[in-house]
Design a protein around this ligand. Structure first.
Ligand code: KG4
Ligand code: ZN
Length: 348
């Protein structure tokens, strides 16, 4: 067993990755990002996403094989994301995976997208597996669909210890960007505009009510941003937008204060987790939000304060990708998982 191919279509990226178990390295990671298709809606439009996956899955799969200089007959195992995600999007990946699995007689496994994100931090620049991983470690997974902390006990075993009770962190970035009439996805543009702020945390948004809970909540923060904009006249009492009141300075300061607040929320929840699991010596940040250099910098400071080792994936493995699913396939296979084709279904 050498080549493990992973297929990811849970949201708005059509992605295929290949892991070489002999070299312990990702040898292909190709994707088509649908960002431009969803921009005009300010978020992912599920029907548009599924149709685009149908169009792109085959060329992206063929690109991955070409990149790795392999034929389908060289592939030893296939993994496909089966949960969580948009139903129609997952369906495209699962049907395609079942088709190539059946036609070429290659075993198939269903992979959990969150497991894939956790495994993304096993990779270093260039796609090789890190050789400095120490278990157990805490993994904060933050993206558009999820914000959770996992206790990762081994490459095969992880426990969910914290989750969001409402919005995900990335979703909050996207919603704040939408309030400020910035483009989708919100994360990169909010990070960019925050750099231009005159005062880093001028609005000091609320850090959440339940300071003793490990669980996250971002909907209150999003509402606080909206009410701040109302107080600044950017929205009226009926929440109608007033472009004239939205200066560049307000946009920059809201972005910066919001991002600052998210960094404090991340740090405080991780500090609670450090207290609960004092023997843990390292922690990681994964998911689309881990692209954010400000947040990474704040967690670096936290790691120094608590003398913990902090790491995060290379940028290409932060947002949704096929490489992390190929790795999930490899570790699930190593742990002895097997599945018949008809057992692989989309979890709802
Ligand atoms: O992991 P991902 O590609 O997809 C999901 O599984 O959801 O994450 C996408 C999310 C989006 O909400 C996007 O705004 C956020 O990651 N994101 C960022 C940054 N880049 C992407 N959030 C904050 N700062 C960024 N630089
Ligand atoms: Zn994701």
């Amino acid at each position: 067993m050498r080549y493990f191919l992973g297929i990811e279509t849970s949201c708005d990226e059509t992605a295929v990755g290949i892991f070489d178990a002999v070299e312990q390295k990702i040898i292909a990671n190709t994707l088509f990002s649908q960002i431009d298709l969803h921009k005009e809606f300010g978020g992912v439009m599920p029907e548009v996403a599924s149709r685009s996956h149908v169009e792109k899955i085959r060329p992206i799969f063929e690109n991955a094989l070409a990149k790795a200089n392999l034929k389908i007959s060289d592939i030893d195992h296939i993994g496909v994301t089966t949960k969580p995600g948009l139903f129609g999007s997952l369906l495209v990946g699962v049907c395609f995976a079942k088709g190539i699995s059946f036609a070429n007689n290659i075993a198939l496994l269903g992979i959990d997208h969150n497991y894939g994100h956790i495994l993304s931090c096993f990779l270093k620049e260039g796609g090789k597996i890190r050789d400095d991983l120490k278990f157990p470690f805490l993994c904060l997974s933050a993206s558009g669909g999820h914000t959770s902390i996992f206790l990762v006990k081994s490459p095969y075993e992880y426990e969910l210890i914290s989750n969001t009770t409402d919005d995900a962190a990335g979703e909050a970035f996207d919603k704040v960007a939408k309030l400020l009439k910035l483009s989708y996805p919100g994360g990169p543009i909010v990070e960019k505009r925050a750099k231009l702020a005159t005062i880093a945390d001028v609005y000091s948004f609320p850090r959440g009510k339940d300071k003793n809970s490990l669980h996250f909540s971002f909907s209150g923060l999003k509402t606080a941003v909206l009410y701040k904009l109302v107080s600044l006249g950017v929205y009226n009492k009926n929440f109608e937008f007033n472009q004239d009141a939205l200066s560049d300075e307000i946009v920059n300061n809201v972005c910066s204060s919001f991002q600052y607040c998210v960094s404090d929320i991340f740090a405080s929840k991780l500090e609670l987790a450090f207290q609960k699991y004092p023997d843990v010596t390292s922690f990681a940040l994964v998911g689309g939000v881990s692209c954010n250099k400000f947040l990474v910098g704040k967690l670096e400071e936290l790691s120094i304060k608590h003398q913990k080792n902090f790491f995060y994936p290379p940028r290409e493995f932060c947002t949704d990708n096929g490489a992390m699913i190929s790795l999930g396939c490899y570790f699930d296979w190593k742990s002895g998982k097997k599945a018949a084709l008809d057992e692989i279904d989309i979890a709802r």
